[in-house]
Design a protein. Structure first.
Length: 145
């Protein structure tokens, strides 16, 4: 009844929370960022260095980020935000802050652990954002399959 549909980004003032999946007239289900099937396009704040944030199935306080090149200077506490190229979230919503990182010896990227901005058991209210171009994007994506 509130115009919520599946595939809408869910976040609050502390950062991203997940994506709507199943929706009925009065309820919806949100696939949390703490689900191993959730991948979020992200970037190092104030740069154009992009990566992918996902949950490794361990702690509900941390996400992993891959694909940030290891020649970029990083420091503990740097912010990782949404990239704006995903179909769920606009640019610059907090994903988390860098907790630890190291250069992966098997490739040219960092392995980054992010502390998320929210605590699952403390969520009181959320924002749900609709990508008004999602239908068009889905049509284009189906054409390349």
């Amino acid at each position: 009844n509130d115009s919520i549909e599946s595939d809408m980004g869910v976040f609050n003032s502390d950062g991203i929370i997940g994506v709507t999946t199943n929706v009925s007239a009065n309820n919806c289900v949100v696939l949390s960022v703490f689900n191993t099937k959730t991948y979020i396009s992200c970037k190092l704040h104030n740069t154009n260095f992009y990566g992918i944030a996902h949950w490794n199935g361990k702690s509900i306080y941390y996400l992993e980020v891959e694909q940030i090149p290891n020649h970029i200077p990083l420091k503990i506490g740097d912010s990782i935000v949404t990239s704006g190229i995903s179909k769920y979230f606009p640019e610059d919503i907090l994903v988390g802050t860098i907790d630890t990182f190291y250069k992966n010896p098997n490739n040219n990227f960092y392995q980054i652990r992010l502390k998320t901005g929210f605590k699952v058991n403390e969520i009181k209210s959320v924002y749900i954002v609709k990508n008004i171009n999602l239908s068009e994007r889905k049509i284009l994506e189906q054409q390349i399959k």
